[in-house]
Design a protein around this ligand. Structure first.
Ligand SMILES: C[S@@+](CC[C@H](N)C(=O)[O-])C[C@H]1O[C@@H](n2cnc3c(N)ncnc32)[C@H](O)[C@@H]1O
Length: 243
């Protein structure tokens, strides 16, 4: 069983206060980039892996999707998603992305935001996603960028001039990395950018777009503290298609 840190009391309490959870997709600074990779949602069948509070499922339905299914491991995240949703076209299911079996050729769009870096059996999951898409269907996903998941502890280092740097530890050594992010002992799976892309290609996806996301000048003008994210990409965003 995967680590289910989002059901930890302290972790959940802190995570729930994040802007992206309070305001939804518009509170996530990378949303504009993900949105640009998504098709016209009208009439589409959508699956969201690691759906959290269900913000994307609700957005997809508002944008015209005929159905949206959200899967998550955390009972607390799913309970909050259910509280926030009043729509028979949305189904939330408890499932572990390490072992989930997805129905064949059922979805037109699979979306996943910031869940893949928790998954050990990534190749297995990508095969499941490929099978679950109808031919020509699209995958739009994000994960913490590999430079973000491979820091020397404790992460940021501030030199005597006050400049913050993010030294990377053994970038090419893939596997679990333990951090104290929101709670002690949070395990994230570090894999290289090449592994992310090559796994998708190896499972039959055509990779259409890869973005090493960092904030725009406008976002930094609005929230100056975000400038530190220019030190390295925060997220990797990928758009891919089932041939
Ligand atoms: C950073 S949150 C992102 C939530 C949502 N996608 C969003 O962008 O707001 C990561 C989510 O992935 C879920 N998750 C982590 N590991 C998982 C697993 N093995 N199976 C299913 N869900 C998982 C967590 O419970 C959490 O809801």
């Amino acid at each position: 069983m995967a680590q289910n840190i989002y059901d930890n009391d302290d972790f959940f309490a802190k995570y729930s206060t994040f802007r992206r959870q309070v305001e939804g997709l518009d509170g996530a600074p990378e949303w504009a980039s993900l949105r640009a990779m998504l098709p016209d949602m009208r009439g589409l069948r959508v699956l969201d892996l690691g759906c959290g509070f269900g913000w994307f499922c609700r957005w997809a339905r508002d944008a015209g999707a005929v159905s949206a299914v959200g899967i998550d491991l955390s009972e607390r995240m799913l309970a909050r998603a259910a509280e926030m949703t009043g729509d028979d076209g949305i189904t939330y299911l408890r499932g572990d992305l390490e072992t989930v079996d997805l129905p064949e050729s059922t979805f037109d769009v699979v979306y996943s935001s910031l869940a893949f870096h928790y998954v050990v059996a990534f190749e297995r999951l990508v095969r499941e996603i490929w099978r679950s898409l109808s031919p020509g269907g699209g995958l739009v996903c994000s994960a913490e960028h590999p430079l973000y998941t491979a820091p020397s502890r404790p992460g940021w280092i501030t030199d005597e001039d006050g400049r913050k740097t993010w030294p990377v530890d053994s970038y090419l050594k893939e596997g679990p990395r333990t951090t104290d992010w929101l709670a002690p002992g949070v395990v994230k799976q570090h894999r290289t950018l090449g592994t992310y892309v090559n796994t998708l290609v190896g499972c039959g996806f055509v990779v259409e777009h890869v973005e090493e996301w960092g904030p725009t000048e406008e976002q930094v003008a609005e929230i100056p503290d975000m400038a530190e994210e220019w030190e390295r990409p925060t997220f990797v965003l990928v758009g891919a298609r089932r041939r």
